[in-house]
Design a protein around this ligand. Structure first.
Ligand code: PDD
Length: 279
């Protein structure tokens, strides 16, 4: 499959990354995962804006404009050779310096990489029955707003879920909910939706932003605020949301049913509104 590497389009197996690349040595970089349905990218401008905000915060300058990024994503999607839905993965690192040293190297060009993968959409059973999840302590750092390629926290959280035979691990920090392993979390009580506020403890998910927009458009009560861990146990509904998990109802938490144990009415109202946007 075709990939993008520092200004060129070439087969993935022809991309060669230096061992001195700061992505490899320091995880000094950022990434994005964007879905494309029926050949159409979903919210690409929002993904590009988030990437650009992150790069500005890390003082990485690729020289690429939002339009350049969109052109790269569109070309990768168009030439992917993938028949169905797909994801476009983008990654930027601070590049390969002449030697290893923690501080930012001078005069080094960032490494820019892109590739596509087939998108496996959530199975129908997830929408019919919901999924199971566990809670775990959030052991990650305090810049979770950056979509950093340093993903060991997410890797360990996802593996804890897999080891427990469930789909996601909802992370708790100081008594409040932060995120799933790679998802944003929503809780519903008495028809009102709450999700952790957008600060440095969570990633500002694009799916999350779309949910906020849909809630506003359709008059759903939704609050961004601290969500206490105890609210998970009392919730009528819990959802996890991301580019690849869409909006998935969590119907078992730590082995106990959430609400009635089936996908709830607020999710059943919201999900079709979301799904029709995917094209
Ligand atoms: N992860 N929180 C974390 C920690 C994430 O890694 C992700 C996405 C999200 C949801 O963001 P979005 O709605 O923009 O996909 C929240 C991607 C999908 C991944 O790592 O593969």
């Amino acid at each position: 499959t075709i990939s993008y590497w520092n200004g060129r389009y070439l087969p993935l197996d022809e991309v060669h990354v230096s061992p001195l690349d700061r992505g490899f040595l320091f995880a000094d970089g950022l990434y994005e995962v964007t879905a494309a349905y029926n050949g159409r990218l979903f919210e690409p401008e929002a993904h590009i804006a988030r990437l650009q905000r992150g790069m500005a915060s890390l003082r990485i300058d690729t020289g690429l404009s939002a339009g350049d990024w969109l052109a790269i994503m569109e070309r990768l999607a168009a030439d992917s050779g993938i028949a169905g839905d797909l994801t476009v993965y983008l990654q930027v690192t601070r590049g390969a310096a002449a030697s290893r040293g923690h501080g930012f190297p001078a005069g080094v060009a960032p490494s820019v990489f892109g590739m596509t993968s087939p998108l496996k959409r959530p199975p129908a059973a997830w929408r019919e029955q919901g999924v199971a999840a566990i809670t775990i302590p959030d052991i990650r750092w305090l810049r979770c707003d950056l979509k950093s390629i340093a993903l060991l926290g997410s890797v360990l959280a996802q593996q804890a879920a897999t080891d427990a035979g469930v789909v996601d691990a909802i992370q708790l920090r100081d008594g409040v909910v932060t995120e799933g392993a790679a998802t944003n979390v929503f809780v519903v009580k008495d028809g009102a939706v709450a999700t952790p506020a957008n600060d440095s403890r969570i990633l500002e998910g694009i799916t999350r932003t779309v949910i906020l927009r849909l809630a506003a458009e359709h008059g759903l009560a939704l609050e961004e605020r601290d969500v206490a861990a105890a609210e998970l146990d009392a919730a009528d509904e819990i959802w996890i949301a991301s580019t690849t998990k869409e909006i998935t109802p969590v119907t078992r938490l730590n082995g106990k049913p959430v609400g009635t144990g089936a996908p709830g009415p607020v999710w059943r109202r919201l999900f079709p509104l979301f799904a029709e946007r995917l094209g």
